[in-house]
Design a binder for this molecule. Sequence first.
Ligand SMILES: Cc1cc2nc3c(=O)[nH]c(=O)nc-3n(C[C@H](O)[C@H](O)[C@H](O)COP(=O)(O)OP(=O)(O)OC[C@H]3O[C@@H](n4cnc5c(N)ncnc54)[C@H](O)[C@@H]3O)c2cc1C
Length: 291
Amino acid sequence: MENDSVTYVAPVTVDEVRALLASNPDARVFAGATDVLPQSKAGRPLPATLIDLKRIPRLTRISVEDGTWTIGAAASAVRVCADAALRSEYPGIVEAMALIGSDQIQSRATLGGNLCNASPAADTGPALRVNGARVVVASLSGERIIPVAELTEGPGRTSLGAGEFVVEFLLDRIGPRRSDAYLRFTPRTEMDIAVVGAGARVTLDESGRCSDAAVVLGAVAPTTVDVEGIAETLVGTTLDEDVLDRAAELSRMSCQPIDDKRGTKEFRVHIAGVLTKRALRTAAVRAGGKR
Ligand SMILES: Cc1cc2nc3c(=O)[nH]c(=O)nc-3n(C[C@H](O)[C@H](O)[C@H](O)COP(=O)(O)OP(=O)(O)OC[C@H]3O[C@@H](n4cnc5c(N)ncnc54)[C@H](O)[C@@H]3O)c2cc1C
């Protein structure tokens, strides 16, 4: 680390973090440091105090109780991907987490870090939002719960106030014939970030027709984009090719991408449509639909 006056602290309770943040205005929490350290090496100054969240049991556990999944903000990708029950209910969230970095990165990277780094290309953003995830935010004054869509405000910017940090993510247990999927396009097959990411959620009725659906895109705007009109277009249909084409068009119309070295605006818009169809198809098959 360039700043050799950084103090490292590793509390073991949420209350300790609350107190540390309240008494050190220049303190910052971190988890896997897979964003914090490369950013520091690239010249971003480190705070006077770095608070390690990985030793707090509440922040690293994954549990399911009373109809709700709770995923600790500092649970590693390895831990999330190893949870077979979570994978079976939310395969899209687990596949988003599984795409992050290499084996080394997977053993450190966390859901909280991925969201709070607030990259428009973060893989877990679309997967969590399409499933209606909620975020438990703590500070000295208590805890509040916000929709995951309200956590990020733009590139590198969250809605967290001074002294606030993310404790965990909440997801409802799913009902029958519902599933999800997350797909992304990258120029390289590994160790790259999304040019476009697409999370899809589909619920089918007993006859195999769509009864609910949503698509959320990543990397096509400053924050994730919940594609408008998806449910209205898909509900009541069997998700045939024409209907999926209409969903793809809705996704293309929702994009406000940038041009960069990974892809032009036009390419991103095109890929958003392609991934929308594929992710919806995969989610529908997982929900029990026909191939
Ligand atoms: C080689 C490499 C490959 C990568 N590949 C991908 C990829 O494919 N897809 C992708 O999306 N990302 C990728 N990343 C980025 C990074 O690994 C992920 O964003 C990861 O999930 C960050 O988690 P972390 O715990 O390491 O975050 P940290 O670096 O610890 O923290 C990131 C930011 O979040 C804040 N923060 C962390 N936890 C909390 C919390 N609980 N509450 C409030 N703020 C918090 C920190 O202050 C910091 O600003 C890659 C990084 C590297 C180095």
